[in-house]
Each structure stands twice: as structure tokens, then as C-alpha cells.
Design a protein around this ligand. Structure first.
Ligand SMILES: [Zn+2]
Ligand SMILES: [Zn+2]
Length: 657
């Protein structure tokens, strides 16, 4: 028996007689935390609570951090463990089912986990409640998640005896000499998995299966087709109920349905999945979004550039996109023996403009902005309305500057993002600073000094504005730290939008230079920056955020002119013409319908203002104004109405008050 020195986070420490499990060690350190813990990190490595601690040879203290509920790490363990429970239930109900993978999803607003399966018969939606019931049964038996480590050959034998060729394939590819497998004791389930998991199924109480979708093994359409069962899990039933309620509200606001009803956009199979058609009304909104952004870009001294959609394949090899990103790029096409590839990102093109001439420190910063359309070879199963598509436009910009200038540039980007997102009515913006942290497993580019100064500059830009942000260790891009913006929409969902990224990589790869004050060549710093991110996706978020009722400045039709009787049609036509002349988007409805029907129709189309015109309005040369939500707001002259309407538009008001 040896003594093991353990310490809780950076707090209490004690020596206990080993061997001892993490759960027992935690009990010695903090009973309360031990009760709550789902898993733990020991010296930074994630392990199960049943993990047996061994005293390090040098006698160093082991640092134990419990993974607790209400943390992201805790949620991941919970959801991943629930995915195992799902697999166990499927195996129980459908023996002979082959299992694929079953990860937790933390960033997807729709789902919390999935498991890919090939069941002996195709599953249908009506199987989900049955599977969920089985999950509850298994959970209530309070079965233990047990980890075992076995030699690779034994693992291969185990899974091939179970007729699980897909798991064998994974083990063959990924496992080292020893293979970590997990059992849910007294259930038919075994998985090849690194863990960690919750200690027992009793910890899983609030979960729900949500839907079924098609998937391919390893996401490759050449591979066997599988079925993906989606579900979610939370720490408490209240949280799950709250989320389900929000989901119901989200369904009412679904941008795909509203997009159809309001005739904003379409996706047409015969042209290709994941490709967006902006209809005239959607086109107006996009134009307003872009015009607003361009106005701001001019004020902030950006230059507008336009670049091609394809480039020689070698370019993507130099940039590293082909190596790091090749799977998401459309396959090369050949013209006169030269291979070309569609662009998945705009960055190398802006570099081309920078490199087209020698730059001096006096020319910097160079700020290139482009509504850059890019193409990604996303699999059909992952596509989702405007949110996940194969072709989209980024409000992209790249800044090239000296190391001394970069702090101010970042500062401006943060300010810009804040302003733009608030203009669209997103008051709650969550900033995340992703840094390199102590993670040494990633192949970080750039020197320690470069990283340190970049991380400080990003942090200072946020702090200088009093922005509260979350610092995320180890989540930086391999080429530099970044700030991500997430917005909270009208029903409390978080959306990841734009980003400001510092890049040590591309200037190096493309050997970018500027001549410094010392007359010597120096390497500039490159910053990638997008505020909407994808314009398509941002549009999707806006549709759901506003529930299709766009504020005046964005509304495709701003004013409906509705004559009560045919006698005033001429007056209605002249009112509409005058409003249009003043720059408003107007739609007269001269059909011989009851006024009630005309108003209802405009309401359905979420038109902000309706001008209801009858004999009296004609006689007095006035207009009776209805606001979409408030109803009648009175009779006024056309001049008064115009002034009010233009006032709302110019101030980009979010409400018509
Ligand atoms: Zn697992
Ligand atoms: Zn870029």
C-alpha cells in the first residue's frame, strides 16, 4: 500500500492510502462534489469515477477536477452516456443491430446526441417511443458503466463474434495495442470507446429521443447507409421540458416553413440540394443587409474586392486547404490539363491581391472586404434549410497589417461586430475567446511569443469594451487564437455567427511581406473576419428571430395599400405611386375582395403598415393607417405617413413605435 497525494482543483489536498478510485479520492476531498460528479479529470486527463489512481513514481500530487453537472464538460459526459444507453436499448429490442458511432452534440441547437445504427429492419419514427421506453427501463435498473482494457486482438475477436464489422473497422484503424471497451453491465451493450461516462445509468433521468435520419458510415456516401437516431439529454426534467417548449416555439418559427409562406427563398432538388434560390422578397432583404454592411465598411475604411470562384488546385495545396479541408471541397475539374477547384474559403484570393505588388509599411493596414461566395461538399444528410448548405456567401474580410497595428484592428472588429449585431436586434451577444491553452496534442503553428501577444491583444480588445467573455482553452484554430460571436435569439437559442481570427499560418505559407521602416522585409499579420458569417445562415437566423415579421427597414413589402371599394382604386393607385416614388416598397391590393380579407392577407404576409382607403379618405385626401401589431393608429396625411415611415427606415428601428 502506497500513499497517494491528491489535490482538489487548486484547493484542498490530502494523502490517502492507495490503491483508490477517483470517486473515493473525491469523497476524501469534498463529499458534496463527490456526490455530484459525473466523471473527473486527473492531471488534465478525463477519466471515469471508477478509475483507479496510482501514485506517480516521483510521488507528485495528483490534481483531481470533478466534471460537474451544469458545465459543458458535464453535459458532454451526460449526453454521450445517454447515447450508450440508446444503443443498449436498440440492441435489446433489435438483436443483431450493427452499431456505428454515438457522440454527444453540444453546439447543435436541435439535438443533444445521436447513435448510428443498422438494425435488422429499417426503423421508423414509431419505433422511437418504444426505444425510449426501453431506455427508461434500463436506466431505472441502475446499471454500471464499466470500462475494461483488453489487447487489440481480443477486442477484434470480441466485436467480430458480435457481428459488428463497423466497430472492428474502427478498432483496426484507431486503437493502439490496448483497447478501451465499455460495458453497461447486465445489458447487451459493449462499445469501443475512450470514455469517460457517468458511473451508472441512474444519473440519466431527463432524456428524449427526437428523430430519425439517414446517415452514411463515416459520412461517406460510398459506404453502407445507416440510420441516425437523434435525441437529447439534460440534467433535470425542468431543463428538458424548457428545451422542448423552446423547440415547439422554434418549429413555429422554422425558417423553411416561413421561407415558403412568405415566398423568401427555395431549395430545389432538380437543381441540387443545399443550393439556395433567393426569391424577389428574400432578395430585397439580402440587399438591405448587404447595403447596410457596405455603408459601414466604407465608414471603417475597408476596400471592396471581387475574386473568382475557382482557382488552380496548387493554390489550395499551398494554402493548406486541400490537406486540412479537402473532404469539404468539391472535386477538381480539369481544363487543358490544369486542375481547378471551387473555393471553400476566400482567404487565398485576398492574399493574391495583397501579393500582387510590393507593400510598404505605409500601405498597411490593407482591409479587403468581399461578399465572397464559397462552396462546400456537405453530405445531403447534414444539409438543413439555410443553416447548412453547399453554396453560401460570407461577408468576408481579411486585414493585413503590421504587428503593431493588429491590436487596433482587432479592436475595430469587435466594435463592428457589436454594432452590426445590435442593429439587427441581438442584444445578447456572447463572446468567446479561444486560445491555445496548455493542450500540446495539437500542432500549433507560430512561436510561443506570437501566441502570447496575439492572445493578449484579443483579450484586451474585449476587456477594453467591458465585454464579458468566455475564455476557452485549447479551442483556438491551429493557425492562431480567435474570437467567436454567438447571439441569443428571441427564444433564447444561441447561434454561432461570425469570428475574428488571427492567422500565423497563411502569411507564412504564402510568404507575405511588407517593407518596414528599416527597409527590410517583414511578415505582416493576417486577420480573418466575418460578422454575419454565412449570409444565408444569418438570414435563416433572422427569419426565426423575427418569426418572419421583419422590421420596417428590412421588410420586403413595407406598406400595403388597401382600398375598401373599387371607387377609390384610382386614389389607391396614386397613393401607392407617390409612396414608391419616395423610396418605399409598396403593394396595392386592388382586387375586389372584402377589406377584412385584404387586411388578413397583409397580416399573413407580415407587412408592417396597411393604408386602408375609403370614400372619406379620398374626399379628405388622407390615409387611415394600420400597424401590423397595434392595429388602427389613426388617420393622417400622406406626408405625415411618409415622414413616419422614412424615420423608421433611416433609424433602422426594430419596432414601429
Ligand atoms: Zn462512450
Ligand atoms: Zn479567411
Amino acid at each position: 500500500m502506497s500513499e497517494i497525494n491528491v489535490q482538489l482543483n487548486d484547493g484542498a489536498s490530502t494523502a490517502i492510502a492507495g490503491p483508490v478510485t477517483v470517486a473515493e479520492a473525491l469523497k476524501h476531498l469534498d463529499r458534496d462534489m463527490a456526490k455530484q460528479a459525473l466523471a473527473a479529470r486527473v492531471n488534465g486527463a478525463e477519466v471515469d469515477l471508477a478509475f483507479e489512481l496510482d501514485s506517480p513514481e516521483n510521488g507528485d500530487t495528483l490534481k483531481i477536477e470533478p466534471v460537474l453537472p451544469q458545465t459543458l464538460a458535464g453535459l458532454e459526459v451526460l449526453r454521450h452516456s445517454t447515447a450508450h444507453l440508446l444503443a443498449a436499448a436498440v440492441l435489446d429490442l433489435f438483436p443483431g443491430t450493427q452499431l456505428g458511432i454515438g457522440p454527444a452534440l453540444l453546439d447543435d441547437p436541435r439535438y443533444g446526441f445521436f447513435y448510428d445504427v443498422i438494425a435488422p429492419r429499417a426503423l421508423t419514427e414509431s419505433d422511437l417511443p418504444v426505444i425510449e421506453k426501453k431506455m427508461r427501463q434500463i436506466a431505472s435498473r441502475n446499471l454500471a458503466y464499466r470500462r475494461d482494457e483488453i489487447p487489440k486482438a481480443e477486442a477484434m475477436r470480441l466485436f467480430s463474434e458480435r457481428a459488428e464489422p463497423l466497430k472492428c473497422e474502427l478498432i483496426d484503424e484507431k486503437a493502439g495495442e490496448r483497447v478501451s471497451v465499455y460495458y453497461i453491465d447486465n445489458s447487451p451493450f459493449i462499445d469501443f470507446c475512450l470514455g469517460p461516462h457517468v458511473p451508472n445509468t441512474n444519473k440519466l433521468r431527463a432524456f428524449k429521443l427526437l428523430s430519425l435520419a439517414g446517415a452514411y458510415w463515416k459520412g461517406d456516401a460510398e459506404n453502407p447507409q445507416m440510420q441516425r437516431i437523434y435525441g437529447t439529454a439534460f440534467f433535470s426534467q425542468e431543463e428538458l421540458d424548457g428545451w422542448l417548449k423552446q423547440r415547439e416555439e422554434a418549429e413555429k418559427r422554422d425558417h423553411r416553413r416561413l421561407g415558403r409562406e412568405l415566398d423568401l427563398f427555395s431549395i430545389q432538388d432538380q437543381y441540387g440540394q443545399g443550393l439556395i434560390f433567393w426569391h424577389p422578397k428574400g432578395g430585397i432583404i439580402r440587399q438591405q443587409m448587404e447595403d447596410y454592411l457596405r455603408e459601414e465598411l466604407v465608414k471603417r475604411d475597408y476596400s471592396f474586392v471581387y475574386t473568382p470562384h475557382i482557382a488552380r488546385r496548387e493554390l489550395w495545396q499551398v494554402s493548406g486547404h486541400e490537406q486540412a479541408y479537402g473532404d469539404s471541397m468539391f472535386a477538381p475539374t480539369t481544363i487543358e490539363d490544369v486542375e481547378f477547384r471551387l473555393k471553400p474559403m476566400n482567404c487565398p484570393f485576398h492574399i493574391g491581391i495583397y501579393k500582387s505588388q510590393q507593400r510598404s509599411y505605409r500601405d498597411l493596414p490593407q482591409r479587403y472586404a468581399e461578399m465572397g461566395t464559397v462552396y462546400r461538399a456537405e453530405l445531403s444528410g447534414t444539409l438543413h434549410g439555410l443553416m447548412r448548405v453547399r453554396g453560401f456567401t460570407v461577408d468576408d474580410a481579411h486585414l493585413f497589417c503590421t504587428p503593431e497595428q493588429v491590436r487596433k484592428e482587432i479592436d475595430d472588429c469587435v466594435d463592428f461586430a457589436n454594432q452590426v449585431l445590435k442593429t439587427f436586434g441581438f442584444e445578447k451577444i456572447k463572446f468567446e475567446l479561444s486560445v491555445r491553452g496548455s493542450d500540446t496534442s495539437k500542432n500549433w503553428l507560430g512561436s510561443a511569443e506570437q501566441w502570447a501577444s496575439a492572445e493578449v491583444a484579443l483579450a484586451e480588445a474585449l476587456e477594453a469594451r467591458g465585454i464579458v467573455y468566455e475564455r476557452i482553452e485549447g479551442e483556438a484554430a491551429f493557425y492562431g487564437p480567435k474570437i467567436d460571436f454567438k447571439i441569443e435569439d428571441a427564444i433564447g437559442r444561441l447561434w454561432q455567427l461570425g469570428t475574428v481570427q488571427w492567422d500565423f499560418n497563411l502569411p507564412e505559407r504564402f510568404e507575405l511581406e511588407y517593407i518596414g521602416e528599416d527597409n527590410k522585409p517583414h511578415r505582416p499579420v493576417m486577420v480573418h473576419r466575418a460578422l454575419f458569417g454565412s449570409i444565408e445562415r444569418f438570414f435563416g437566423v433572422l427569419i426565426e428571430h423575427y418569426a418572419g415579421a421583419f422590421p420596417m427597414w428590412l421588410a420586403p413589402v413595407q406598406v400595403a395599400v388597401l382600398p375598401i371599394t373599387d371607387r377609390v382604386n384610382d386614389y389607391a393607385t396614386s397613393v401607392a405611386a407617390e409612396l414608391r416614388q419616395s423610396g418605399l416598397r409598396v403593394l396595392p391590393n386592388l382586387r375586389s375582395e372584402k377589406i377584412g380579407a385584404k387586411i388578413r392577407d397583409s397580416q399573413m404576409q407580415k407587412v408592417p403598415f396597411m393604408l386602408v382607403l375609403g370614400d372619406r379618405e379620398l374626399e379628405q385626401q388622407q390615409v387611415a393607417v394600420r400597424e401590423r401589431i397595434k392595429g388602427d393608429i389613426g388617420v393622417m396625411s400622406l406626408e405625415e405617413f411618409k415622414a413616419m415611415a422614412h424615420g423608421l427606415i433611416e433609424s433602422r428601428a426594430l419596432a414601429n413605435t
